[in-house]
Write a protein of this length. Structure first.
Length: 488
């Protein structure tokens, strides 16, 4: 609310109980923030029964903000200060009432009323009576209540410019291996089992087949057809694996121990494989094959990370990257004795996992910043890294990068759920982001050579969808390949 102005409190239709909200990864000031985090932050004031005030700030783990209507919304959106209803408009865009989603706002600024409230959901099936969270007036506390349609219709629906939809919990990335015409797809099925489908002689994909197992991660696949090996994280945190028999069926799943979170990264040739993951304590842990091809005990490589581990380079000169506990990109590399250096920060503030491409001495690093744009750094001739550069975009997934230096192409899920891409120009800069359509739930998988690329992702219906380049290098319309993957 604007300082010195008040609104008349409107009687609520009801006092619905606050829904449970999932705590999202922490945002940064004025940066990209998920809807679930907005709800989590706003719920903190409701739980604390913060009293309305146009002069006194309220402080908690989310900062210190003036506890009136606009201060409440500023806190929930993680803005740099407690804005007023007069100063908030540059932070918002107007949307259709039918487009309102949790974490959006209802805003009114006129001679009679200056007020803003967070939209939570609709109270009625006709979508005329919103459930809101607000600091409404003197003598009241932060609350969730419902507005009658007559009052709600005097407000304009608004959206914070940096809010993004949450990735569906439990969504599954699609792993694609093999050459065009012989591709095999793997993913985590709706029941937690590993499912697969492969190309038939006519290049269509056959029915999805369960390979059993019970995993809570994406499927990591290594090896050529006939000798493939699968890895995943079991519900108890152990790494589990299954491999192809001589008849190409897969063995029962076997535990390799460990106590990990997230996905398993696997590198190396058969018989010399090494596994990396984030341990339950946030450190990086690894195990590798012994001369008899069994795996040794898990060993900690230190660090304090909040993402999966990205590994590049050959054995003896491997380099590890991850998102540090502070949100920066951190790295460690093998020394001549094959031990790893202490972890070092490369700076930046990112969300999600780190993508690294290139060759030793020419590594290029990509990630989604906390502001939602794609950022990149790369090695200089002295192997240090240049300052981070924004490549634009507004994305809500990890970054997929394919192609050699000078002709790289980037794919990601946009903040609206569609697939977006950009590619290097002749001067090695990146062009404008282009939408390839579709509505997907997470990371985009891209395989194939330039001009013959194929994209795969989990659609919002939890099936696998695909698009591929046509002879003119444009992309074919998205096609469903069926399946029922893990998702909401």
């Amino acid at each position: 609310m604007a300082a010195g102005l008040t609104v008349v409190a409107v009687p609520a239709l009801a006092a619905p109980s606050a829904p449970h909200t999932m705590t999202a990864a922490a945002s940064t000031v004025n940066g990209q923030i998920t809807r679930s985090e907005v709800l989590t932050r706003s719920q903190s004031w409701i739980d604390a029964q913060v009293p309305y005030s146009q002069t006194s700030p309220y402080s908690n783990q989310y900062g210190s903000y003036r506890s009136d209507c606009s201060g409440f919304v500023s806190m929930a959106w993680h803005l740099d200060q407690a804005y007023t209803t007069y100063s908030l408009p540059p932070m918002m865009t107007t949307i259709a009432r039918s487009d309102l989603k949790p974490g959006d706002a209802l805003y009114r600024q006129d001679s009679d009323t200056q007020h803003i409230a967070l939209f939570v959901r609709w109270f009625d099936g006709a979508h005329t009576q919103p459930v809101v969270r607000e600091e409404a007036n003197f003598g009241e506390v932060a609350k969730e209540d419902s507005w009658p349609a007559s009052w709600a219709n005097t407000f304009t629906p608004k959206r914070y410019v940096n809010i993004v939809d949450d990735l569906p919990s439990g969504s599954s990335s699609v792993t694609a291996v093999g050459a065009s015409g012989q591709r095999a797809l793997f993913a985590r099925g709706a029941g937690g089992d590993v499912v697969t489908s492969w190309q038939q002689p006519d290049t269509t994909y056959g029915p999805w087949v369960s390979l059993g197992g019970n995993i809570t991660s994406d499927v990591t696949v290594v090896g050529d057809s006939g000798s493939r090996v699968l890895y995943g994280r079991a519900p108890n945190g152990n790494v589990v694996t299954s491999w192809q028999n001589p008849d190409t069926t897969y063995t029962p799943w076997v535990s390799l121990g460990g106590n990990i979170t997230g996905n398993v990264t696997v590198v190396g040739a058969p018989g010399d494989r090494a596994l990396f993951a984030r341990g339950a304590n946030g450190n990086v842990v690894t195990t590798w094959q012994q001369p008899d091809t069994t795996y040794g005990p898990w060993v900690s490589l230190g660090g304090n990370i909040g993402s999966d581990v990205t590994v590049v380079g050959d054995s003896g000169s491997r380099v590890l990257f991850a998102r540090g506990a502070g949100g920066d990109v951190v790295t460690s590399w093998q020394q001549p004795d094959t031990n790893y250096t202490p972890w070092q920060s490369l700076g930046a503030q990112i969300a999600g996992n780190v993508t690294v491409v290139g060759a030793p001495g020419q590594w290029a690093v990509f990630a989604r910043s906390t502001g939602g744009d794609v950022i990149s750094t790369w090695q200089k001739p002295d192997t240090s890294y240049v300052s981070w550069v924004s490549l634009g975009g507004s994305i809500s997934s990890d970054v997929t990068v394919v192609g050699d230096s000078g002709s790289r192409v980037i794919y990601a899920r946009g903040s609206n759920g569609s697939v977006f891409t950009t590619w290097q120009q002749p001067d090695t800069t990146y062009g404008s982001w282009v939408s390839l359509g579709a509505l997907v739930t997470g990371k985009v998988t891209a395989v194939g050579d330039p001009g013959d690329r194929a994209l795969f992702a989990e659609a919002t219906g939890n099936d696998v969808i695909s698009s591929w380049q046509q002879p003119d290098t444009t992309y074919h319309s998205w096609v469903s390949l069926g399946g029922h993957l893990a998702g909401n």
